[in-house]
Write a protein of this length. Structure first.
Length: 652
């Protein structure tokens, strides 16, 4: 926690210690930015750092940089060459201006300046700020309106990374991702490698393909890969029935115009003459009869068509409000969504929805009172994992646990383009300077901002040291003291949250770090069996010849992942002291079916920078085909250096 409930910073917080990220330069690859947003004001900022070599591409839209957005470039050659020219007639090229919204939102989340009185429909009112509010930011527009199901082309991404390295960024934030592929064919992995080689920390999204296992993207070990979990804040409204029943769910919309009971009607009962029950229940376009709905609260089922489209269908039919409830077959009740609906609306769980429909079916004149949405703070339990967040294991190299970390990625209030609507739908003409979004792409800039703070506070730390500090100080428990939850209230595993939920103040002083060099990464590729042709993508300017190749399990990563364990194995790691001299003792949480020991089980450090190696001896005592999860902790009584242990399958 960087700030208290009143928005004040403690003198010992990372915010204060790092001077709010002052003069750190964070590069951002996305859909561009809306520079007039108050998040990108340069008020209170000094001269642009002399290190900066970048430029600001100006254009007919009036895009201008300042002392906050110090660089802006667009990359569209791959996009323009691949797309049908006829489909691009209405697309504004040759501009960094953001007409989609995603880029402005993520850029302000990672480095937006302080904006007082930020809110969405009056909810969440407070001071908006990025993870590094005094950092300088540079935006590289590489994503464009989708054409042929593609919007971010590999050649544009690689060109932008190359330019960002030259420009002088300290951190690269990419809320981008796709299906995982071999590192030698993965443009993000190749580009990130060259950035890390220059001392630039690269932060990428884990992806939004969860909760299925093996869906995580951006799994190269030199990338800091971010999953999404929740904040202890919700925007909720209450549905109250005349019989005293109450249902609570997320709501991000204006209140009903009158404070009274409204008639209720299920969408199935409100169907148009030519509509099927199934389509009407989903509130699809053209399925609702306005004569049946006018002035009432319409109850719709979630699924198939967009949630905000259902709200528009309700509004155009004359409904006063909408209640949306989950379809149990494809939506997790644990992960309801606050959307910027066109009319007063609330979303309910599947069970609450069924109870509401049962009430409607059992009552001649069903009525409901829809309370105004409110901002609920200090909600419990939190954080918990978002169901959309992609899960491990890493399908490319399962010996590297991915994701690395989880961070807030649900209902994030931040800047938005005023060149588009909050929904992005063509019929939505609304414009907002601030809006909420969810996704691992929202969690990624949170971590990027924290990396910016750490880079300011520890300018000489390597990218791997920064990643290690973030991972080994993370938490796996929520604010009730219990393990973090996942979908359907199950306990989350490292496949969901990696090392856990980020704790910035702890990362400032981790005690020990697992450090890595460029040669370590190259030796990792050698251990993966890469040939000289594949290796040419990485070790610029000279080819790297593999020698003294170690096994992948001994790669010095802050987490420990063993895909399959037969009998027993020994894993070696090395830690560097970045704190004070002291003695660290090992403590193990050993999962059922294994026996684990550490040699040595104490490590004595006499000076900063000193490194010590240790081994984990892991032995099977009870075979199991399912994954098991444990933990190793090193502590000197002040620092706690934690590493998850994952074994995918235990074989006799």
């Amino acid at each position: 926690m960087l700030m208290d409930d009143n928005g004040l910073t403690h003198p010992s917080s990372l915010f204060e210690k790092a001077r709010f990220g002052e003069d750190t330069i964070i590069g951002h690859l996305d859909t561009g930015a809306w520079p007039e947003s108050p998040s990108f004001s340069d008020e209170g900022m000094g001269p642009i750092p002399s290190k900066w070599k970048g430029i600001c591409q100006r254009d007919i839209t009036g895009f201008r940089c300042n002392r906050k957005i110090i660089g802006a470039r667009y990359f569209n050659k791959g996009y323009a060459a691949s797309a049908d020219p006829r489909a691009m007639r209405n697309i504004t090229l040759n501009t960094v201006r953001d007409y989609e919204g995603h880029g402005s939102h993520t850029l302000s989340t990672l480095g937006g300046n302080f904006v007082h009185g930020a809110n969405v429909f009056g909810l969440g009112n407070g001071t908006a700020k990025g993870g590094s509010p005094r950092a300088r930011v540079a935006t590289y527009k590489v994503c464009w309106p989708p054409v042929d199901e593609n919007e971010c082309f590999d050649s544009d991404i690689l060109a932008a990374i190359d330019v960002a390295i030259y420009d002088g960024v300290h951190v690269l934030s990419l809320s981008l991702g796709g299906s995982d592929t071999d590192y030698s064919d993965d443009v993000l992995a190749i580009g990130a490698f060259h950035a890390v080689r220059k001392g630039i920390t690269v932060v990428c999204a884990a992806g939004n393909s969860g909760p299925a296992l093996g869906t995580v993207s951006n799994s190269a070990p030199w990338i800091l890969t971010v999953a999404a979990s929740t904040l202890d804040r919700k925007f909720e409204a209450v549905v109250e029935l005349p019989n005293g029943q109450k249902f609570k769910g997320p709501s991000l919309s204006k209140p009903l115009p009158e404070d009274r009971l409204y008639p209720l009607i299920s969408a199935k009962h409100a169907k148009a003459a030519n509509a099927s029950d199934a389509n009407a229940e989903l509130c699809k376009v053209g399925t609702i009869d306005p004569r049946k709905v006018k002035g009432k609260i319409l109850v719709c089922l979630r699924g198939e068509n967009a949630r905000v489209e259902k709200g528009l269908v309700a509004l155009e039919a004359g409904a006063a409000g909408m209640i949306l409830y989950n379809d149990a077959h494809d939506v997790y009740d644990f992960d309801l969504t606050s959307d910027p609906h066109f009319l007063p609306a609330v979303e309910l769980t599947y069970e609450d929805g069924l109870a509401l429909v049962a009430y409607i079916n059992s009552t001649r004149n069903p009525m409901a009172y829809l309370h105004s949405p409110e901002t609920d703070l200090n909600t419990k339990p939190s954080p918990y994992m978002a169901s959309f967040s992609s899960r491990g294991p890493n399908t490319i190299t399962p010996e590297i646990l991915k994701p690395d970390i989880t961070a807030p990625g649900v209902n994030i209030i931040a800047a938005y383009t005023e060149g588009n609507s909050p929904t992005g739908l063509p019929f939505d003409k609304r414009r907002f300077p601030f809006i909420t979004m969810s996704g691992t792409s929202m969690a990624t800039p949170h971590v990027s901002g924290i990396v910016g703070l750490l880079k300011t506070h520890h300018p000489h730390w390597s990218p791997s040291a920064i990643r290690s500090a973030i991972m080994t100080t993370a938490r796996t428990r929520d604010n009730t003291g219990k393990p973090m939850l996942d979908t359907n209230s199950k306990e989350a595993t490292p496949y969901a949250h990696g090392s856990g939920h980020i704790r910035p103040n702890r990362a400032m002083d981790p005690g020990l770090v697992y450090d890595l060099t460029t040669n370590d990464y190259l030796n990792f590729l050698c251990a993966c069996g890469y040939n000289q042709t594949q290796m040419r993508s990485f070790p610029d300017p000279h080819p790297y010849r593999c020698h003294n190749v170690v096994k992948i399990l001994d790669f010095n990563y802050p987490s420990i992942s063993i895909p399959k364990l037969y009998g027993s194995t020994t894993v070696t790691r090395k830690v560097k002291n970045v704190g004070t001299p002291g003695t660290y003792a090992a403590r193990l949480h050993v999962p059922a079916g294994l026996n684990i020991s550490v040699e040595p089980n104490t490590l004595k450090f006499d000076k900063i920078g000193e490194e010590k190696s240790f081994q984990l001896i892991i032995e099977v005592i009870s075979p199991s085909l399912g994954a098991v999860f444990g933990r190793l902790s090193w502590s000197d009584g002040n620092h706690y250096v934690r590493s998850p242990i994952v074994v995918g399958a235990i074989m006799a």
